[in-house]
Ligand binder design. Structure first.
Ligand SMILES: *[C@@H]1O[C@H](CO)[C@@H](O)[C@H](O)[C@H]1NC(C)=O
Ligand SMILES: *[C@@H]1O[C@H](CO)[C@@H](O)[C@H](O)[C@H]1NC(C)=O
Ligand SMILES: *[C@@H]1O[C@H](CO)[C@@H](O)[C@H](O)[C@H]1NC(C)=O
Ligand SMILES: *[C@@H]1O[C@H](CO)[C@@H](O)[C@H](O)[C@H]1NC(C)=O
Ligand SMILES: *[C@@H]1O[C@H](CO)[C@@H](O)[C@H](O)[C@H]1NC(C)=O
Ligand SMILES: *[C@@H]1O[C@H](CO)[C@@H](O)[C@H](O)[C@H]1NC(C)=O
Length: 421
């Protein structure tokens, strides 16, 4: 079925040859990679955590101004006494085929190559497997996909579609080197990742996106419309139009629309402070966060707690790993991605794309009930996208690939079946 779309694409392929050559002649082949963080750095980080200086706490509502002192103190104790980075590292190294690649982004508006971009490349042993590029957000890395990759790649049921998964860490996240020059916006990321797919020999591919990765995908579905066979996203952010807002203010929106706009307003009014800092003064705050691993964990954990569905208590080890994956490369390189990716105009595609779009929505039982209704109406998504699959679930929150991996795998499969795969 992959060849389905290839016939009308030939002219575009030829138009692209020059870019492909530019990429291929200057980028090195991917190098196999194993995570091997200097144990002295891990020990120094642990020592910083052990010396953390607690704040006083007001007797106000828990989580309203940040993570409660008791939670942070318990995590610090676990980090100091029991956390084992080496076990996490070994597990990732044994489960995933990892590589780095240096890619000069042809056509990007900056001239510095991005060196040592890390990615997981898990190939299926099925000859009919579909290439799937998976794009994470913040606070996250390619590790977000750890629970879904094995079943996507080699489904236990051989009647189900199989995938080759390509999951990069964005520059400055996880094990990818940070960019050394400003200007890495959605279009440049698109150039980078389409270049990666071309370098790996995947001419057509599907994209799964979330969060900031969704912003990149929104650019890619326009710029690489003929290459992308299915854009699956668990995060389709629709900004209400002026008419929607006027109807909302006049109490004329439907129940569904009202709940969505109210949730979105609550998020931007009360929970989005981190994004304002990241997109305006990331370097200022990076000096503090880079010097205090526990401070960075607390900064990140507030957002995680706000949007994660608490199907079960996260373990201290999970939270520490999540923080470390962003702390190890230095936090400035990842928090500053908001400067260039996070804006209202970037959330919407520049124009309606014909790329089949598969939307997964996950409600949640959150501490903040007012945020639990990020269920944008399907009709709103259809304004800007060719919606071919739409699934709404009660649970899962903002990290469904972590909290409800089987459901995400099932939806990905269904979204291809409706396209005839
Ligand atoms: C940490 O994990 C490594 C790798 O799995 C293991 O060899 C080591 O014994 C563990 N350390 C402790 C203190 O449990
Ligand atoms: C593919 O890999 C899976 C999991 O390792 C294995 O069970 C299966 O037998 C393999 N299939 C083929 C055709 O090699
Ligand atoms: C395997 O998948 C096929 C296709 O969806 C389905 O009909 C069949 O029931 C599945 N088999 C098992 C054992 O789940
Ligand atoms: C909309 O409803 C709210 C709450 O019921 C009310 O306070 C407000 O006056 C209404 N606005 C309009 C324009 O009817
Ligand atoms: C999010 O919730 C899931 C369980 O519902 C948990 O496994 C995961 O660790 C949580 N993540 C964080 C960082 O809170
Ligand atoms: C949407 O995608 C389907 C499946 O590829 C395609 O047949 C259809 O023409 C597309 N529709 C639009 C409006 O682009």
């Amino acid at each position: 079925m992959l060849s389905l779309a290839s016939i009308p694409l030939l002219s575009l392929l030829f138009a692209d040859v020059h870019l492909a050559n530019a990429a291929d002649s200057t980028s090195k082949a991917p190098q196999p990679y194993k995570i091997n963080v200097d144990p002295a750095f891990i020990e120094e980080t642990r020592r910083k955590v052990a010396n953390f200086r607690p704040s006083v706490e007001l007797s106000g509502p828990a989580w309203a101004e940040g993570p409660p002192l008791e939670d942070i103190t318990n995590i610090a104790k676990y980090w100091k006494e029991s956390y084992n980075w080496s076990a996490v590292e070994s597990k990732i190294n044994s489960e995933f085929s990892q590589y780095t690649i240096s890619l000069p982004p042809p056509g990007g508006n900056y001239d510095l190559p991005l060196e040592d971009i890390y990615f997981i490349h898990q190939r299926s042993n099925r000859s009919d497997a579909i290439p799937l590029l998976m794009l994470h957000g913040w606070p996250s890395t390619s590790h977000e996909w750890a629970a879904v990759i094995p079943e996507l790649v080699n489904p236990a049921n051989s009647s189900q579609p199989a995938f080759h998964v390509i999951a990069p860490d964005f520059p400055g996240f996880g094990f990818s080197k940070p960019a050394r020059k400003a200007g890495l916006g959605p279009a440049e990321y698109g150039t980078l990742f389409s270049g990666l797919m071309r370098q790996l020999g995947y001419d057509e591919y599907a994209v799964y996106s979330t969060d900031l990765g969704y912003v990149i995908a929104q650019s890619m579905v326009v710029e690489y419309e003929t290459k992308i066979i299915n854009h699956i996203t668990d995060f389709y952010l629709v900004i209400p139009s002026e008419t929607d807002t006027a109807r909302y203010n006049a109490n004329q929106t439907t129940f569904e629309e009202t709940a969505y706009i109210s949730s979105m307003n609550a998020f931007f009014a009360d929970h989005a402070g981190y994004s304002a800092i990241h997109s305006t003064l990331p370097l200022s705050i990076a000096y503090a966060l880079n010097d205090s691993p526990l401070g960075f964990l607390a900064w990140m954990y507030q957002l995680f707690f706000t949007v994660n569905d608490s199907l079960s208590q996260p373990t201290p080890s999970d939270i520490i790993t999540q923080a470390l994956l962003l702390y190890i490369p230095g936090v400035y390189g990842n928090i500053r991605s908001y400067v260039e990716l996070y804006s209202l105009e970037n959330f919407a595609a520049k124009r309606k794309s014909s790329v089949p779009t598969s939307v997964l929505q996950h409600g949640s039982l959150l501490a903040y009930a007012e945020l639990a209704n990020f269920n944008y109406p399907r009709e709103w998504v259809e304004r800007n996208a060719n919606v071919t699959f739409f699934a709404r679930h009660d649970r899962g929150g903002h990290f469904p690939a972590v909290t409800v991996p089987d459901s995400v795998v099932g939806d990905i499969r269904e979204s291809f079946k409706v396209l005839g795969y």
